[in-house]
Design a protein around this ligand. Structure first.
Ligand SMILES: *Cc1c(COP(=O)(O)O)cnc(C)c1O
Length: 357
């Protein structure tokens, strides 16, 4: 077995599990965590599962100064017959390596890491909530740890995985949100780090999110950085529109994060003979389609919410409703199919689920 040298130190104290009905996103963590270290001489080494605990780092650790870090986000589900299912974990760890490559961080072995993650999940299995709509959110991440103020890649890193039980995104069923089209700040530029899941992309979006909130909208719709004309993403989700029967998602332009949910939806729709146009889509085209009643549906896609229908668009002080602020049939069908596959309640013709054994 390739996990031979995985060391497991179990927690002697077990925390009380939160009430699954009032779970909030990312605020409680399980009893254990996974950690391994990297050095130039030894590569990734000393994989271990330890009780969940704080880290001690030198104040000069490079992560604190230049943000050399990457992360991932995926979910584990516990089925009615007590199996643990992951959704396309290989995709997440391959993407982690692509993010790492952009940030000059050494890559990990996705297969080996999925084995380590599996051991962690088995140990904290009781933390996977079973209540309708809940799951265990998995946050793998890497940080630069060398104490050195030079502006250069770190010589040492830590890779960690922490687990957080999360509640149903939709307490009262899947509900459309309003979005604010951002025309001042941008999320990512060509040649920048938009295609990587790296810390700075997210903290740099807070100002725009504040504006959206101040305008009474839930999320930001990001336009491209050079022309502020083409749609890129919504919040931390990819985005789809249905106009005149055509299903459109912005093409991977070099500044869009390639979502696993986005990819899965495209594959699912293809299998239903509903091809998706991956192309440039301007905000003007969308506004005109709304005006002429040709915009049928719009929704964001990502691991956290799976599908998040868009019910309203706010642009330069003007609000337009989409599909009368109702969830459309396509969003509903995609949500039910994807979550059905993820929870093992529907056939999985694509072999997307990975059972933890
Ligand atoms: C994570 C993320 C997504 C969605 O990716 P999934 O793999 O579907 O969860 C989309 N956009 C951004 C900016 C993201 O960080």
């Amino acid at each position: 077995m390739s996990d031979q040298n995985l060391e497991i130190m179990t927690a002697t104290h077990h925390k009380t599990k939160p009430d699954p009905e009032t779970l909030e996103f990312g605020k409680t963590f399980t009893d254990h965590m996974f950690i391994m270290d990297y050095s130039i001489d030894h590569g990734w080494h000393s994989p271990r599962i330890i009780p969940y605990q704080p880290l001690t780092l030198d104040p000069a650790a490079m992560i604190y100064h230049y943000g050399q870090t990457v992360f991932e986000g995926l979910k584990a589900y516990r089925t009615d017959d007590e199996r643990i299912l992951l959704f396309r974990p290989d995709q997440n760890f391959k993407r982690l390596n692509r993010s790492s490559d952009r940030l000059s961080i050494p890559d990990i072995d996705p297969e080996l890491v999925i084995e380590y993650l599996s051991e962690l999940l088995k140990l904290d299995k009781e933390w996977i909530p079973t209540y309708e709509g809940t799951s265990l959110y998995i946050r793998p991440f890497i940080i630069a740890t060398e104490p050195n103020l030079s502006v250069a890649p770190s010589a040492t890193y830590k890779f960690m995985i922490i687990l957080s039980p999360v509640g149903s995104y939709y307490k009262e069923g899947i509900a459309p949100v309003g979005i604010y089209v951002e025309d001042e700040y941008t999320r990512a530029a060509l040649g920048g780090t938009g295609t990587a899941k790296t810390a700075g992309n997210y903290s740099a979006a807070y100002k725009a999110q504040d504006k959206a909130t101040a305008h009474g909208q839930a999320q930001v719709l990001w336009l491209d950085s050079s022309e502020k004309k083409y749609i890129e993403e919504v919040g931390s989700m990819n985005v789809f529109f249905k106009i005149d029967g055509e299903i459109i998602t912005p093409a991977l332009s070099g500044s869009i994060l390639e979502g696993v949910t986005r990819k899965s939806i495209i594959e699912l729709l293809n299998s239903w003979d509903m091809p998706v146009s991956e192309r440039k889509l301007s905000i003007d085209e969308v506004l005109l389609a709304i005006e002429e009643n040709r915009l049928e549906e719009a929704f964001g896609t990502g691991t956290a919410a799976v599908i998040s229908p868009i019910g309203e668009l706010s642009w330069k002080g003007k609000q337009s409703l989409i599909n009368n602020r109702e969830t459309g049939p396509l969003a509903t069908k995609l949500y039910e199919t994807l979550t059905g596959i993820q929870k093992g309640k529907q056939p999985d013709p694509f072999n997307w689920t990975h059972e933890v054994k």
